[in-house]
Design a binder for this molecule. Sequence first.
Ligand code: NAD
Length: 516
Amino acid sequence: MTTDGSGYSGVFVPEEISHVSAQLFKNLIGGRWVTARTGKTFLNVNPARKDDIVGEFQASGPEDVNDAVAAAAEAFKTWRLTPAPQRGEILNRTGQVLRDRKEQYARDMTREMGKVLAETRGDVQEAIDCAFYMAGEGRRLFGHTTPSELRNKFAMCVRMPVGVCGMITPWNFPMAIPSWKLLAALICGNTCVIKPAQDTPLSTFNLVQALVDAGLPAGVVNIVTGSGSQVGAPLVEHAGVAAISFTGSSEVGRQVGMSAAGHYKPCSLEMGGKNAMIVMEDANLDLALDGALWGSFGTTGQRCTATSRIIVHRAVAKEFTEKLVARAKALKVGDGLDESVQMGPQVNHSQIETSAKYCEIAKNEGAKILTGGHALRDGAYANGHFFEATVVGGVKPGMRIAQEEVFGPVVSVLECADFDEAIEIANGIPFGLSTAIYTRDVNQAFRAVRDLEAGITYVNAPTIGAEVHLPFGGVKQTGNGHREGGIGALEFFTTWKSVYVDYSDKLQRAQIDTEE
Ligand code: NAD
């Protein structure tokens, strides 16, 4: 989690850098690139090479939020009246622009966030998929008709835009997550103010640049960069913001949700996870190992859907764990821009400290670090935020390492005696985002789909790998009932209007004149 309640600590600025000359990025407000009224900036630093400054961004404040909301409110007057198919045309062109720039944007993202190129290409691809999917919604946005209880009366329900939407995003999917929010909001006719995470603002700029180049009118999307306290919180509280869409930690999400509730504002919260993969005794173990490795160490374990608990049937636990440890040890860790690297750095210094802290907690609770457990600091690693791929064994369900989100390359292995115990362990946490089961038994597979308390369940696939046209989100402390992706997103970014058209030429009273 980025603890940026009081300032700009979300971005690690190395001490040796006292003066920089990096590319300066400004806020986008009302179609103009402008500096923050605060006069302050912060640095975006490559987590694999601390001396590589990706860019200098505006450390904005509440006044900048005011300006952006005013611009979005002005733009809403015309954007809401732009026919949805025309809005879709702009999103369609955005998808094409993103496709043309995919490689450059992926490289920018690896540089600012650290994950390997194959994954940042996937992150940009998700935005492309989302653009084309939401472009198609421009010709659907289905409402429904239904019979009236009265004669000569027509009843229908239509989707209306919500207004100015405020968006607050995390650093781990710095283009995909903003795309889920922005593109869904835009097709519905809303205008937006987005505050990206301080560690990764460039990828949001790239997405918005693609929208601008595809012909998005001025003021429809506005970017204000800065900290959670100086930009995020004022955005949530702003009277001109009709709805808030937040993705981040459960702790910050709770604050955002409480603040939005105080202003009677719809608020979508997508938060943390502690995702379980169950490996039954009949599983294809090699397939499960591939899934465990990808689920646990993809994005250096920094996915909300990352596999952080592997619940293995006792009969295969020894063999599975030994093979998992061997494969984790063999992973090549390094700069994600090197195509041969399999796991990049963590996003900042505080994240490797969190990983190290949880390894200590696990040991003190009686668990055993089977491999990894340390930050990598020697040689080429000295210049970045690297952590070993870590497998923790002997973990019991109640331990903190089995209950709390680490958000790093640290996976726990727990043993179970049978299917029922596996489900009980999987469900025995405060989160409910993603789950997976490896089994060849179709009955067990379907029971798991039914019984796992989570927004997503995979069968014979790891806990990561969501596709944009299916609803995405979770239960318990992972979410507050909304979904991103697919038509789930349209539910949040539109409000229903029920329309009654009486063509009887007389007063007809509902519930009273129904007998005639
Ligand atoms: P975070 O909660 O620290 O920050 C998220 C965003 O909130 C950032 O832009 C931050 O600046 C802002 N913020 C911080 N304090 C704020 C405040 N008081 N008011 C308003 N905004 C504020 O999370 P992070 O470290 O950026 O991301 C990691 C977390 O995100 C993990 O917990 C992960 O599980 C979660 N996540 C969830 C999903 C999902 O869809 N469920 C997806 C990705 C990440």
